[in-house]
Design a protein. Sequence first.
Length: 184
Amino acid sequence: MGSCYSLGPMPRIRADLLLVERGLAASREQAQRLIMAGRARVSTRTLVKPAELVDRESPLELTEPERYVSRGGHKLEAALDAFAIDVTGLACLDLGASTGGFTDCLLQRGAKSVLCVDVGRAQLHDRLRNDTRVTLLEGTNARALPELPPVDFFVADLSFISIRRVLPSVAHRVAAGTPGVVLL
């Protein structure tokens, strides 16, 4: 007669960490936002707390995929919609590109190209870094922009510097009357 062995309980893990481990979120912070927005499910149940412990082997899914590489994409999307701005076919400049949320939004809305400027290095999401429509100027301070190719539209999200310190440099590098959206 055979014996019955119990393997014990399944190993448990925080829901936000499991989302990252499975590649459904790029960071723990993004996973927490997805859970709090009701966009993550374990088995057939919607997760409500990022710290909830779930079985490591449980089926896990997002109710809808993340549209942009960062929250910035949603912010720019709202501005473009509110002001009825169409970027289709435009050459764009993204000042303070960081992870690339604004760049991602511009490309998904039909921009021809995006020139990304950021003082930091190695921050732009790999999907955008490898996109042939993206030109990256890392380690570039927006207060001292180099000569730039012509652009039709610019966006700026400069959290670490006042836009007042950057606009003179932008004014010298883009054509007069070039429209843009600045996040303050």
